[in-house]
Design a protein around this ligand. Structure first.
Ligand SMILES: [Zn+2]
Length: 220
């Protein structure tokens, strides 16, 4: 039985997260999607199809059960519902999923390039951002392509070729931070690689870097 207090609180949290993505221009128009797991039932709250991140409200958000049943709604379910549900099924540590079509990261993914984890923060918070190719027939990625990558419990972020980004986490805020870090890292990587090319620097000129724990281990 869904607890209505929990439902309202999590809808409000999702609306605030969606607004923050829109304000940061991580997601314009009606693309992308985000969802959050409920504790009181085997279900999630998710943005429906055709509603922008900036237009989410308590009345248009949908409730979908992990078995695929959707609560009656005036809106069409999102094309992304399948992969969101599957991520919650395969990983108990995932309580929130944020998926955006943010431009810098999607540019890398569309060039067939993985975004390098080049800042100390990316190494620490993400570690690896696998690039997930388009579906076998050239369409958008579904759970068929996405779930196998996230079966590795060390993966918290991924980039979808010609499509966008995914961040997952124990809370909406943590998943949101990851999509922000992915986009920020793509922008930094682009600036670094452009400057290196302009100054004829090769990868041998790059410093090696790691986490604070790595640095302490080497100092010790
Ligand atoms: Zn998408």
């Amino acid at each position: 039985m869904i607890d209505h207090g929990e439902l309202t609180a999590k809808k409000d949290e999702l609306i605030a997260t969606a607004k923050r993505c829109f304000d940061l221009r991580l997601q314009t128009n009606a693309g992308g999607n985000l969802s959050v797991r409920l504790d009181s039932a085997a279900a999630i709250i998710i943005k429906p199809s055709g509603i922008g991140f900036n237009e989410c409200d308590r009345d248009n958000l949908q409730v979908a059960y992990l078995d695929g049943t959707i609560e009656p709604s005036d809106h069409k379910p999102s094309k992304d519902l399948g992969f969101h549900l599957d991520l919650y099924r395969i990983r108990q540590d995932i309580n929130a999923v944020v998926h955006c079509h943010s431009p810098w990261a999607t540019g890398y993914a569309s060039a067939g390039l993985e975004i390098p984890c080049l800042t100390v923060q990316t190494v620490e918070k993400i570690g690896r951002m696998p690039l997930i190719p388009l579906s076998r027939h050239g369409g958008p990625q579904t759970e068929v392509e996405i779930s196998p990558v996230f079966r590795d419990s060390g993966i918290v972020a991924a980039v979808l070729a010609n499509h966008g980004t995914i961040g997952v986490g124990p809370t909406l805020m943590k998943a949101q931070y990851l999509v922000e870090i992915i986009e920020e890292t793509a922008q930094i990587a682009y600036v670094r690689d452009t400057l290196m090319a302009a100054h004829a620097k090769g990868s041998a000129d790059l410093p090696s870097y790691g986490t604070a724990a790595d640095a302490e281990a080497h100092a010790g």
